[in-house]
Design a protein. Structure first.
Length: 227
């Protein structure tokens, strides 16, 4: 399929499978894939390393002053890197997951990340996933998809993902983290998680990734008049 040079914004809550879907869609279309959550996770990892988050979860205002020292990049394979070294494993840990929503609610953190996202996404032909891509980062994206799935399916996905990475959380911990993040992400003052008015909803509770892709290719054909 000859796809036009568009930006596809994929938003949704934690563990809805949006990254797996967005990555596969980008590969299918020959587009660049960008995981905006990975950058928020890197900021959180950086803040923890600098001891700017205390045991109660409070964030030191010093973070704003030192954020410019965070040298973030994606490797050619798409790994999130700090100072040129992959931090993929650390940023997916429960420790980072349980702090990232608080960090990503800070307006100066959002400004910092938005700047990186606009720079990386400036060439188009891109699938970007996150919480506010269709509403705030690229409100003019040509195609917006809002991904949902049932809570049980989401918790099971996150649980399996963490087990495969050697972490041993309980299902209750995973579920609690998911609910807490959903709540913070959708109630924060700056760019809360919400469906853009012109986004298509994709409930993937009972769909395979291939079925999600086929559904999306149908959308692209219909919307852009490609046969
Ligand atoms: O997609 P993820 O679970 O890896 O995202 C991690 C966190 O980053 C998530 O809890 C909320 C935040 N985030 C955000 O606020 N805005 C985005 N565009 C992407 C992620």
């Amino acid at each position: 399929m000859q796809t036009p040079d568009i930006i596809i914004a994929v938003d949704g809550g934690a563990s809805t499978g949006k990254s797996t879907f967005a990555r596969s869609l980008a590969a299918e279309l020959g587009f660049l894939y960008l995981d905006s959550g990975a950058i928020y996770r890197c900021v959180t990892h950086f803040a923890l390393q600098r001891k700017l988050i205390d045991s109660s979860g409070a964030v030191s205002p010093e973070l704003e002053n030192v954020l410019g020292e965070l040298d973030f990049s994606f490797s050619p394979e798409g790994h999130a890197c700090i100072d040129g070294k992959s931090v993929e494993r650390s940023i997916r840990s429960l420790k980072v997951s349980s702090r990232v929503s608080v960090i990503s609610a800070l307006p100066y953190v959002r400004r910092f990340v938005d700047e990186i996202l606009h720079r990386l996404g400036s060439c188009g032909r891109l699938v970007m996933d996150g919480r506010d891509i269709g509403t705030t980062v690229f409100p003019n994206a040509e195609l917006k998809i809002f991904v949902t799935a049932s809570e049980q399916v989401r918790a099971k996905r996150r649980y399996d993902e963490m087990l495969s990475k050697g972490e041993t959380p309980t299902m209750e911990e995973v579920l609690a983290n998911l609910r807490e993040r959903d709540y913070i992400d959708s109630h924060r003052a700056t760019s809360p998680l919400r469906k853009a008015d012109d986004a298509f909803v994709l409930d993937n509770s009972d769909l395979t990734v291939r079925e999600e892709i086929i559904w999306t290719l149908g959308l692209i054909r219909g919307k852009f008049g490609i046969l």
